[in-house]
Design a protein around this ligand. Structure first.
Ligand SMILES: *Cc1c(COP(=O)(O)O)cnc(C)c1O
Length: 401
């Protein structure tokens, strides 16, 4: 059975993890800082903050941007639940703006047209790895005093070109903060894990506080505890000894372990090779699936992205109605022939919780609904052999003929 996505674990990965397990440091240790430094260098950002998962990364990005009750956060409906839920975590209203029918990412014109005055944040998702149009989105957001958080969970290692220059996702200037996930199905893994990158010192230090209970041990930041009552001097209450810490914000425990970061470092060193294998497979799919009737291969909005997209997913669209088979039937037939597929994504606002809490209804984002009704993600992962790729292509031909 060929699954739709799968991690690649090498003996180097195993040894890296084992070294840390034997070292005695299990939680926050030297590998966390080293992974953050290597990741920041890779994407070209000033700061990188490693966290326990991509959802935690979204949450601390919301907190760092100061988004909260009374604010609205707009994201793409064509995403995993977490991109929108994070707005809910901080008491803001999650809202949605329709996708562009070519890139399946937020459409900047639609975003601008439907902008509401209480919008304080936009979560721009890089669906399947294709870079969102953050340049346009950032311009719209900044006109309206709002933050842009790029949800690059699909785009670890991706880049795009603008004015003839290469911009790595996570390092460019058209997002205030960028978040990544290292879940095994993504382009590199730490088991569970995530990262926040930013070029802003203030946003980075807020994110670091939020990751660890809002606590600091940095003497430069100390504000002092609530002082003793007037007239009383209690030496034990004012002494700032080596144990001393202060809590400045309501934070969480979103720390990542040292052995996960050792795995992250090892995976990061192979990320470019993972992506080039993904690109090879995508090339072959594009060539060999493009003339199957009723099937549409994924498109890029901008040709320059062809070699720069990290391709987390390969999602085709199939006209199931004309085919005369339901999507479930197609998936089951493919499964019985050893080909796993997945449907990504159900437009988030259609979920019962969103309907119950915000009253969203079907028809809110027509392009996202249309895309969802025809989407099918087929296997794409770096350890797929040429024979696996051939097998997937021939079985799809067979089931759709
Ligand atoms: C995977 C994913 C997340 C959440 O990441 P976790 O590490 O699973 O918490 C958020 N947004 C998108 C678009 C994702 O694909």
């Amino acid at each position: 059975m060929i699954p739709y996505g799968k991690q690649s674990i090498s003996t180097d990965d195993l040894e890296a993890v084992q070294r840390v397990l034997n070292s005695g440091w299990l939680t926050t240790g030297p590998n966390v800082a080293e992974f953050e430094k290597a990741f920041a260098e890779y994407v070209g950002s000033k700061h990188a903050i490693a966290v326990s998962n991509g959802t935690a990364a979204l949450h601390i990005a919301m907190l760092a941007c100061g988004i909260g009750a009374g604010d609205r956060v707009v994201t793409s409906p064509n995403t995993f639940l977490a991109s929108a839920n994070a707005a809910g975590f901080v008491g803001a209203t999650p809202d949605f703006s329709d996708i562009d029918p070519v890139s399946y990412n937020l459409c900047p014109d639609t975003l601008q047209k439907n902008w509401k005055s209480d919008t304080r944040g936009v979560v721009a998702v890089d669906y399947a790895g294709q870079a969102a149009d953050t340049k346009s989105i950032f311009a719209i957001a900044k006109e309206n005093d709002a933050f842009v958080i790029e949800d690059a969970c699909h785009a670890v290692g991706g880049a795009f070109e603008s004015d003839g220059q290469l911009h790595k996702i996570g390092g460019h200037r058209w997002a205030d903060m960028t978040i990544f996930s290292f879940h095994p199905v993504k382009t590199m893994t730490t088991g569970e894990g995530g990262m926040v990158t930013t070029n802003s010192d203030d946003l980075a230090s807020s994110a670091r506080l939020a990751r660890n209970h809002g606590m600091t041990r940095d003497p430069d930041l100390f504000q002092g505890l609530v002082g003793p009552r007037s007239g009383q001097v209690v030496e034990g209450l004012v002494e700032k000894g080596p144990w001393y810490y202060e809590m400045h914000e309501l934070g969480y425990n979103y720390r990542i372990t040292d052995f996960q970061c050792a795995l992250g470092l090892s995976q990061l060193s192979r990320l470019d090779s993972f992506i080039s294998r993904r690109l090879e497979i995508v090339d072959q799919y594009n060539r060999e699936l493009k003339d199957i009737p009723l099937l549409q291969t994924p498109k890029l909005k901008d040709e320059t992205q062809e070699k720069l997209t990290s391709w987390h997913l390969y999602t085709v669209q199939i006209d199931f109605a004309v085919l005369g088979k339901s999507r479930t039937e197609v998936m089951n037939e493919l499964r019985s022939l050893g080909v796993g597929t997945q449907v990504l994504y159900i437009p988030v606002y259609l979920q019962p919780w969103y309907r119950k809490n915000y009253g969203y209804e079907a028809g809110y984002c027509r392009h996202a609904e249309d895309f969802y009704s025809r989407a099918l993600s087929i296997p794409l992962f770096p350890t797929m052999s040429d024979a696996d790729v051939d097998h997937v292509i021939s079985r799809i031909r067979q089931v759709l003929s």
